[in-house]
Design a protein around this ligand. Sequence first.
Ligand code: GLN
Length: 253
Amino acid sequence: MKKTFKILACVMTLALVALVFASCGAKTETLTMATNAEFPPYEYHEGDAIVGIDAEIAQLIADKLGMELVIEDVDFNSIIPGVQAGKYDMGMAGMTVTDERLESVDFSTSYATGVQVVIIKEGSEIQTLDDIAGKKIGVQIATTGSIYAADDYGKDDDGNDNGNVIEFENGAVAVQALLNGKVDCVIIDNEPAKKYVEANEGLAILETEYVTEDYAICFAKNNTELKDKVDAALKELIADGSVQKVVDKYIAA
Ligand code: GLN
């Protein structure tokens, strides 16, 4: 009798352990991506959803890793601090790899190329990059376009801020300022530029490209485990053509 009881207790313990393991397996780990969903076609709102190239690539990565993707829409300049603080697992926002950012975060392999371009009003006095000096330039706060413009056009002879480079919360607001005549041009990444020009009459993009750059996903510096996992998944998705498929869906060749 006693023996039977022991066996029964044993079986029950094992069953319990199995149950705990099973429920652990069922609870999928989340992958929290911070973005700024004002950057079509990489990330933008469609109804309640955040869609776009970055959102879809992130979903493919999460699927590959068996994780549940959660997208947080925040200001562009909150992405890196939030990732550093561990508030978000990664930042993906058409984000350019720069030496300065590499001091604060790590980047995945690059999955896209971006080009900084200049949006003008049709018939503008600005027809080439040489015409920009002395004009009012709208940029998105904390972006590479903003940093380059400040370096190239934002200083007087003594190196002081000349007030010509004006930062806006995001691309949409900067373009609005151009339409209202508050700035003479907007420096921004080429694909969002195309979308803004399509959506608003009377705008054009200068033919001369300003700067070419690489987009990648950022991670906190101590989070190499996740970075390596995401990187491996991303590299597979690039190699098997899945990333290109997503890009082609949003960007006409
Ligand atoms: N590629 C630019 C940057 O990284 C702009 C990105 C964005 O506005 N989402 O600064």
